[in-house]
Design a protein around this ligand. Structure first.
Ligand code: AMP
Length: 359
């Protein structure tokens, strides 16, 4: 293996939200500095980073200056405009790689990729007109979910269809964009695996967590997930398969539906993931440090779980609970420093240690 990136090097991070903030803290603990590129002012990551560039992704000069000031580039979100990536990549390496972004930026391409490597997804059909939506509903049926192919997150850009739905109205509701119709999966539970892979091809996965969503946004993740040992093994192996197929370097979140007929992949996120925040207080090396290790050429760290944990998101007004939570036993708070409270805005999270592992 090549030598790790030198102590004191600068890691460029695209995106200055809470994930960029927690990545910056992890990077600094390993002796690195971070430089954040973010279009909006006063982002959460700005408080803890060495440097910040405030510019839109269309500002070529700012992108080039940013790239020249860092040693490697990573990102906290997958919807980075391709034009910006082209400019950055000419100057410095980007991890995870472009192929991963190409696949994960488009729900249809992502599902085709997953099927090609032998993994199950919900049945789906590409939709680019009302006519195609009608044909897709004929094929897949209802209930089903119409999702925009690109730029969807936290349940945004999605509409559920029932047999009674008016298709023209549904298509209008997602802005008549390129979309994918997905068959509704009647899952028993939702789990996710946070995996890591480095350039040497070493793979390590954290224990799968069980996720509960509220209003399309992750509400809680509990580890261990209530799944069998065989399902746990399947979940981890399929995550490794995805990362190997993409020659992935970094941390990835893989969201899965657990069904009576096995595991179905919902989506992949080529970055640290909200459902992996429990690792901050449940493992010696958390997902943020693991990502920094993977992209800077360190050996992957020990991510074995030493306690049962429940991560709870603090969304919007939930942050008002902080004063009370601060005095609770076995609770670790993680706040993002966001000044303005908005409905649906992730303000922080907490990790509740449920029980120590014995033996
Ligand atoms: P997504 O943005 O694709 O992760 O979807 C957000 C949430 O909507 C998921 O975590 C599920 O709870 C639900 N969901 C998405 N797609 C499906 C599907 N095909 N069948 C059933 N539930 C789904």
């Amino acid at each position: 293996m090549n030598k790790p990136l030198a102590h004191g090097s600068v890691i460029g991070i695209l995106g200055g939200g809470q994930l960029g903030r927690m990545l910056s803290v992890a990077a600094s603990r390993l002796g690195y500095k971070t430089h954040i590129f973010e279009p909006t002012s006063n982002p959460p990551a700005g408080d803890v980073a060495f440097e910040i560039t405030t510019a839109p992704y269309s500002n070529e000069e700012a992108l080039e200056r940013f790239a020249k000031s860092v040693d490697i580039i990573t990102y906290e979100f997958e919807n980075i405009p391709t034009g910006a990536l082209d400019i950055l990549e000419r100057v410095r390496p980007i991890h995870p790689n472009r192929e991963t972004l190409r696949v994960s930026q488009d729900r249809c391409v992502e599902k085709q990729f997953l099927n090609k490597i032998g993994l199950k997804t919900a049945p789906f059909a590409d939709v680019s007109s009302l006519k195609e939506l009608e044909a897709a509903v004929n094929d897949i049926g209802a209930p089903s979910i119409l999702k925009t192919r690109r730029f969807g997150y936290d349940g945004k850009g999605q509409v559920r269809l029932t047999p009674e739905s008016n298709l023209a109205e549904t298509y209008e509701a997602i802005g008549e964009q390129l979309a994918v119709l997905e068959g509704f999966v009647s899952f028993i539970r939702e789990v996710s695996v946070i995996g890591a892979r480095n350039a040497a091809g070493d793979v390590a996965c954290f224990d799968p967590g069980e996720n509960v969503h509220k209003d399309g946004i992750l509400d809680m993740t509990t580890v261990p997930a209530q799944i069998s040992a065989a399902q746990r093994m399947d979940a981890v192996l399929l995550t490794a398969k995805i990362m190997n197929a993409l020659e992935y370097v970094g941390v990835m979140g893989v969201e899965l539906f657990v069904t009576g007929a096995g595991l179905i992949v919902n989506e992949i996120a080529p970055r640290v993931h909200n459902s992996g925040h429990w690792t901050q207080d449940g493992c010696a090396v958390d997902q943020f440090e693991q990502h920094i290790r993977a992209i800077t050429g360190w050996p992957l760290g020990d991510g074995s779980r030493y306690c049962d944990v429940r991560m709870e998101n603090l969304i919007g007004q939930d942050v008002g609970r902080v004063k009370m939570l601060a005095g609770e036993k076995n609770v670790a708070l993680h706040l993002y420093g966001k000044a303005e409270i908005k409905a649906g805005r992730k303000m922080g999270h907490l990790n509740r240690i449920l029980a120590k592992e014995t033996g």
